[in-house]
Structures are given as C-alpha cells and as structure tokens.
Design a protein around this ligand. Structure first.
Ligand SMILES: *Cc1c(COP(=O)(O)O)cnc(C)c1O
Length: 353
C-alpha cells in the first residue's frame, strides 16, 4: 500500500523511519565482521542491552521472530509442548516456526487481556507422563500485542516465573514491547523481567530503529544462541551499520514512548464516542488499540480501504476487529485528524445503512 507524505500510518509501530541522527550514526558506524565477533558497534549494542537488562549477555538478531525462535530452540527438545497465550505472537505470527525449527507444539490457553496467570499455566503444565507430551517451556508476552498492548502486572509475571521454575521449567518473555510496559509502569526493564530466563525485545518498533531485536540472558545461552542464529541465516557481517541506529533507539527511544501512550489514549477516547466502534479507553495502557467494529456494519477490510482513500492506514485483525498503533511518526494532531476521518467514514456508512 502506498502512503502519501501527509498520510497517517497507524498500522504498526514498525513503520517508523530512522531519524536523521540515526542515519548519521549509521553513516559513521565503525564496523567489522560480526560472525567473527569483530563488529565493535554490534558488540557495544549487545553490551548495552545486557547491562540495561541486568544480564550476562545479549545477541543481536535481525528480527523479533528470530529472537523468539532461537529462545524456543534453546529451551526445548523435539516432541515437547510450549505453553503460550492463544493470541500470542510466537503462536500466530511466526510461521509455525516452533514446529518447523524446534519440533515442539504450542499448548495455548486463552487469558483475559492476554495475561497468563499461574492458574492458567498450571492448568496446561505437564511433567513426565507415558501418555502425553511434556511441557518444555512457558512463553509470556508483555505487552500483549493482540490484547491491545495490555501490560502483565509484575506480581502476576513474577508468580508465573517462580512457579514454573519450581516445576523445573524455563520461561521466555516475548518482550517485543517491554519498554512500553516499563515506561507505563515506571519500572526499569531489568526489574520487570528479572525472573525470565530469556527476554527478546525489539528495537524496530516503538524505539524507532530501522531493523533489529535483541535476545538477552545468560552467557551460556547467548553463546549457544549464536549457533542457532547462524543456522537460521541470521549471521550478519558488517551489521554495525544497523547497530548504530539501534544504540540510539535503545538510549533515546524509551523516553519517547510516553507520548505514544498519551496519543493512544486520546485515540481510544475518541473512538469510543463513534457509534458502532467498541473499545474501553480505560484498558488502553500503552500504544495499541484493538477495536470491535461489528456495530459499524462493515468489515475491517472495507473500513481500512475507505480510510486508506483518505490517507489513514490501519490493519484489520479479523473481519470484526481493527487495530490502531501509535508511534514516533504520528503526532497528537495527526491522531486528532485520524479521529475525524474515522468518525466521518463510519458516519457516512451509518447513513447509507
Ligand atoms: C513484532 C513482534 C514480534 C517480532 O516481530 P518481527 O517482525 O519478527 O520483528 C514478536 N512479538 C511480538 C509481540 C511482536 O509484536
């Protein structure tokens, strides 16, 4: 889809473009061959990520999907199950790679707002049996993308980790947007994620980098992870060019997320006023809005097509559900404009119906 210069792109926070400062840093980046461990900019980025998360090591990967799938491979054996939330990214949007690459099957459980509690996990957790596959790993997602950017309360997260560890199993956190949770809660990511065995987070979303994610954890796990990264084709060479933008995203990105959250709240309050659109603004804690538009009488495909004609972009999740995501490259004014356009588009539809 083409976007004009004045378009308002609310499809995802992945659409952010690198800032002039990032482009300058990329231009000037010191580089080497990262497969040999010789790219100084990558090494700096990995060291900074490890320090921020209070871990021994970090591994730069081209995408969040690769980070999650390396983690699943690290923690599991073929023939096991991975417990995850039903709408989770690792299950729905990673091309069945957990089956393809790690030979494991997802054991899903639906949880209110995507927040897996120990009760949910316990109901699906299986230890050794001669009848059923054993659980190999529990994955959590914070914030939860398809549950409207919902934050897992730290107490719930810590309890799941403690109990899963007591059962002798590891926990991986898909923290693609963990900085959104951290900023919204006012709790550092190191504290928020301390109990997970591995954490993946994205530089390429709200933090604003053009490419890249990191996996953090123990030195031993990251060292083995490096082998799987190479196997998956993720051994990049002079990738310091990417890490240079990543360093800026990691240092300056988090403090900018507050504005995205305020913009999302503004959008939510406006959308809740539009007849036919269902959303509870009090549940919008971060930068993602999931709206039920069944009351408008049109499908999300049709609504996004009509909005695109007026330069507002949004992605349908299902025929009844549409998602809006705020980020660095949409201003408060643009959110207000988008609201007017969505309201008049839905209003015109209501008049015809
Ligand atoms: C975006 C995202 C990922 C990783 O996506 P990539 O496009 O592979 O970088 C993982 N988990 C969640 C929850 C996400 O939103």
């Amino acid at each position: 889809m083409h976007l004009s210069a004045t378009g308002i792109d609310l499809r995802s926070d992945t659409v952010t473009k690198p800032s002039p400062e990032m482009r300058r840093a990329m231009f000037e980046a010191e580089v080497g061959d990262d497969v040999y461990g010789e790219d100084p900019t990558i090494n700096r980025l990995e060291a900074m990520a490890a320090a921020i998360f209070g871990r021994e090591a970090a591994l730069f990967v081209p995408s969040g999907t690769m980070g999650n799938q390396i983690a699943i491979k690290l923690h599991t054996h073929h023939g096991q199950e991975v417990i995850c939330e039903e709408r989770g990214h690792v299950f729905n949007y990673e091309m069945a790679m957990m089956a393809h690459f790690s030979g494991v099957v997802p054991r899903t459980v639906w949880a209110e707002d995507g927040i897996l509690t120990w009760q949910h996990v316990q109901s699906k957790l299986k230890t050794k049996s001669y009848h059923a596959a054993k659980t190999g790993l529990v994955t959590l997602e914070n914030t939860h993308n398809m549950a409207g950017g919902a934050i897992t309360p730290p107490g719930i997260f810590n309890e799941v980790c403690d109990q899963v560890h007591a059962a002798g199993l590891p926990v991986h956190l898909d923290g693609a947007r963990i900085f959104n949770a951290s900023v919204a809660l006012g709790i550092p990511v190191a504290q928020l994620t301390a109990k997970a065995d591995t954490v993946m987070f994205c530089l390429s979303k709200g933090l604003g980098a053009p490419v890249g994610s990191l996996l953090v954890g123990s030195a031993e796990l990251m060292d083995r992870g490096r082998i799987y990264r190479k196997a998956l084709g993720g051994g990049m060479r002079q990738a310091g060019i990417l890490a240079a933008a990543g360093l800026i995203a990691l240092q300056q990105g988090p403090q900018k997320l507050k504005q995205d959250h305020a913009n999302a709240r503004l959008l939510a309050e406006g959308l809740a006023q539009i007849p036919g659109i269902k959303i509870d603004p009090s549940k919008v804690q971060t930068n993602i809005l999931i709206c039920d538009i069944s009351g408008t009488g049109i499908t999300s495909t049709e609504l996004s097509r009509k909005l695109a004609q007026r330069n507002v972009l949004a992605n349908g999740v299902s025929p009844q559900i549409i998602r809006f995501v705020t980020h660095l490259d949409v201003s408060r004014e643009q959110c207000e404009q988008a609201l007017d356009i969505i309201a008049s588009t839905c209003g015109a539809q209501a008049q015809r119906a």
